[in-house]
Design a protein around this ligand. Structure first.
Ligand code: NAD
Length: 363
């Protein structure tokens, strides 16, 4: 079994990944990079790394002895950092979404093809325990043919858009809510084994924070409607300002033989109805289904990360793919399937709301 040397850039979100990587016996975290010297020193000390393994300069960091780079910086840096890492001979695990523009997505796809290095987008919600359970149910054909699915990710994060005291904006202020679509589309498209071919979008405007109407992150709500290659319909709702507490991560899928959802409360009180439930009485109600993000049977090490046990499994699958020299489950093409539809839906929302073709990348 190979031991992988990992470098992590962007140590806010990346901080959690240091311990998730450390939970895998096949990994050594050997280098860290962040512009903020204080964060870098704190984390270096916490994980007993020498000063020589700590970098504020990304190009110098790429010269360190690493096999894998985890990119966990703000999204506008993902494309350049990913391409540079791939060209430096590194495999890349990049936070989601992959990039903000279709040309940047294209650059990433081209770089993966040209270098032959591994690339996976770290769409952790695909690895929630209940999503993995639903996958088994769907693969057994219990929902029949899926013809409609919905997801809502409503998370009020105004404090991450602007510092109200100083009036200075953080990077998310420029991110229209639907650009951040992978937590919605990743799990749905994985479960449906499908791709989006057309998108339309609408937005509600700036009712909540009209004073920030020049900052697209403050759009009240964006809705995306999508058509898939297999002929299904998907609807997603995204907001970064809507006052809903606790925040909502909601999924539902409707098939010819039943439906499943994780519930609109805290997302754990789900329901499932399949034809099996109708054996005795035709319109028997759906059954409750507990939807947890934590796999109770996972090894203790799996519980080190955030978001339940999802990040442990995500990294395990990435390492397995690298070891087997095959493309990872959320490879560069799939990463763009989870990223590009949101970019196109936003384009539609900002103009006529009409349907637009979604470019599909091919291997
Ligand atoms: N999958 C999830 O559940 C999840 C959750 C939160 C954030 N994220 C993703 O993680 C990424 C980072 O988000 P965050 O919340 O940590 O952002 P953040 O702004 O809180 O932190 C970004 C960090 O990157 C550093 N940084 C910025 N530019 C850099 C550069 N050029 N070189 C080196 N370091 C640099 C900053 O100093 C900071 O420490 C984003 O892609 C975001 O979408 C994903």
């Amino acid at each position: 079994m190979k031991t992988w040397n990992v470098g992590i850039v962007g140590l806010r979100r990346g901080r959690g990944f240091v311990s998730v990587f450390a939970a895998h016996p096949r990994v050594n975290v050997t280098a860290l990079c962040d512009l903020d010297q204080g964060t870098l020193s704190d984390l270096g000390e916490a994980f007993s790394l020498p000063d020589s393994a700590l970098y504020t300069d990304y190009d110098q960091f790429l010269d360190a002895q690493t096999d894998i780079i985890m990119v966990a910086t703000p999204i506008r840096f993902h494309a350049d950092m990913t391409v540079n890492a791939l060209q430096a001979g590194k495999h890349v695990l990049c936070e989601q979404t992959a990039a903000y523009t279709v040309p940047d997505c294209e650059r990433i796809v081209d770089a993966v093809k040209q270098t032959g290095q591994g690339y996976m987008m770290a769409e952790n919600y695909c690895y929630f325990h209940y999503i993995r359970q639903w996958r088994e149910i769907i693969n057994q054909g219990k929902l029949g043919t899926i013809f409609h699915a919905e997801a809502e990710y409503i998370h009020e994060i105004e404090h991450l858009l602007v510092d109200e005291q100083s009036g200075s904006f953080f990077w998310r202020h420029e991110r229209p809510p639907i650009w951040y679509c992978a937590h919605c589309l990743g799990p749905l498209l994985t479960l449906m084994d499908d791709r989006i071919v057309a998108a339309s979008g609408s937005s509600a405007g700036f009712h909540k924070r009209p004073e920030y109407s020049d900052h697209l992150g403050f759009l009240d709500m964006e809705i995306g409607l999508f058509r898939t290659q297999k002929g299904a319909l998907i609807k997603i709702a995204r907001s970064q300002v809507a006052p809903r507490y606790p925040h909502l991560v909601y999924y539902t899928l409707y098939g010819t033989k039943g439906y499943v959802e994780n519930g609109r409360g805290d997302g754990t009180e789900g329901r499932i109805w399949t034809e099996d439930h109708a054996k005795d009485a035709e319109h028997r109600p759906a059954e409750p289904m507990h939807c947890t993000t934590v796999d109770p049977d996972a090894p203790d090490d799996a519980k080190h990360g955030g978001h339940g046990t999802s990040e442990y499994y995500m990294i395990r699958e990435f390492l397995d793919a690298l070891e087997a020299n095959v493309r990872p489950p959320i490879d560069v093409i799939r990463s763009m399937d989870f990223t590009v539809p949101g970019i196109i839906a936003h384009e539609s929302a900002m103009s006529d709301g009409n349907w637009r073709e979604v470019p599909l990348f091919e291997w």
